[in-house]
Design a protein around this ligand. Sequence first.
Ligand code: C2E
Ligand code: CA
Ligand code: CA
Length: 458
Amino acid sequence: MSDLFSGHIRINDPASKDMGGMKDSLTGLDRYEVFLKKLQRCLDDIGDKKVSVVYTDIRHFKYINDTYGYQVGDALLRDFVKDIMNDNRDLICCSRVYSDNFVAANILPDDITNQQFKDFIELVNNEREVRYREKYLNSRLQFCTGISIVDKNSRSLDAETVVSNANLARKVAKELEEGCCVLFDNSMMEGIKREVEITSQIPKAISNHEFKVYYQPKIETATLELTGAEALVRWQRPDGSFVFPDQFIPFIERSGQIVDVDYYVYREVFQFLSERIAAGKNVVPVSLNVSRVHLTKMEILGYVQKLFAEFPISPDLIEFELTESIYLDNTERALMLVEGLHNMGVKVSMDDFGSGYSSLNLLSRLPIDVIKLDKVFLKDDSLSESDKIVISCMVDMAKQLRIVSLCEGVETMEQSDYLKEIGCQLQQGYYFSKPIPQEQFEQMLDSAEKAAGNTSGN
Ligand code: C2E
Ligand code: CA
Ligand code: CA
């Protein structure tokens, strides 16, 4: 069926000579503008046929460049292009949009459904991943693909819109941990609208003090006493409704606004602690979440320093939580950040440990004070034997590395008792308390102080 387009659309030939700057010099592919023109011509003539646009980027490609140098990175890109050309009999055109982002348009056979095509691309990606990981020694290399399919119902769409839809599906794919291949559907546009709506409201929400800090207690396993808390942000809209972090943090991480929201939360916590100290009341260390976005600017160290200068509180009352994947995304910068925070005398923990990629090998290299075992390990009320083995191994490993272990997401007495049995020092979870507003947390601190007073008076 590619005959339909033969004559006026020529398949790319990477080896062909670039006539007048129409080709990408690295890969020999058509430049993106040329790709769009070819795709548009093809869509104009689509008739009853189906055309797919496949938008792919290579996850962790930067790591290859950083680790092995640009020559190796370039070789990988050329290999990838060679693969696309070899695999595709019905290719209309293919182009490198930029860096490691590629787009390819194909005519689909009549008898293939959209889902079957997606499954096929997923298989191709998986096979490539195995091959490339071996060749380029990067176990995390992954192909992230978004697919947009035009058929007779959507043939009025123009080339740019079809590519942008495929790119949107690719972004959705990128957010999934696994199965990095997603088909575009119109509901994704709703997501975009929501993202624009949320991000446009953030500056006003900050100035209106709509962000509230909630505190979730941390409990010492041996004594079951309150020993600290984690600060977790909540967004309370003017109508009183709440927006939870999962519903807005991914958006404001992309827009970079998380930096301002984090700073807001840090300031609130510093102020809260210093006011209680000034009033002679009981306090416990509070941990603050650090978004991965801080790593790009590294201004966080200066900001924290400023807070310590402004509020007279001891550094041992503050701890920072960096999620496990941050350390893997950019180990050098993460190390710099941890070192900078340690220089100020604050503790640093590795959050969500065990949730994503395995960072076991990093543990011994990183000067981490606490590991927070991810709540996925406690997904069931009663612990299975295999869950128990995994948890106890991690707790043991932490002990040997002299790192404090905390298990989060504790929801039942059985889980809590098991953590005691294996010597996990700290616990956090709904079994003890959900994250609570500041006023309620103050009451908890006051009663803990009273209880301690009573005990010491006895
Ligand atoms: P996280 O840092 O892993 O925080 C723990 C999350 O698990 C919290 O969700 C908490 O409410 C929830 N949780 C605690 N105990 C249990 C339990 O026993 N069972 C279950 N099922 N869940 C439990 P939350 O508050 O919705 O926060 C979600 C994520 O948003 C946090 O995950 C953190 O990554 C991020 N986040 C929250 N506040 C901030 C913030 O101020 N700054 C930044 N950068 N990220 C934040
Ligand atoms: Ca956390
Ligand atoms: Ca966590």
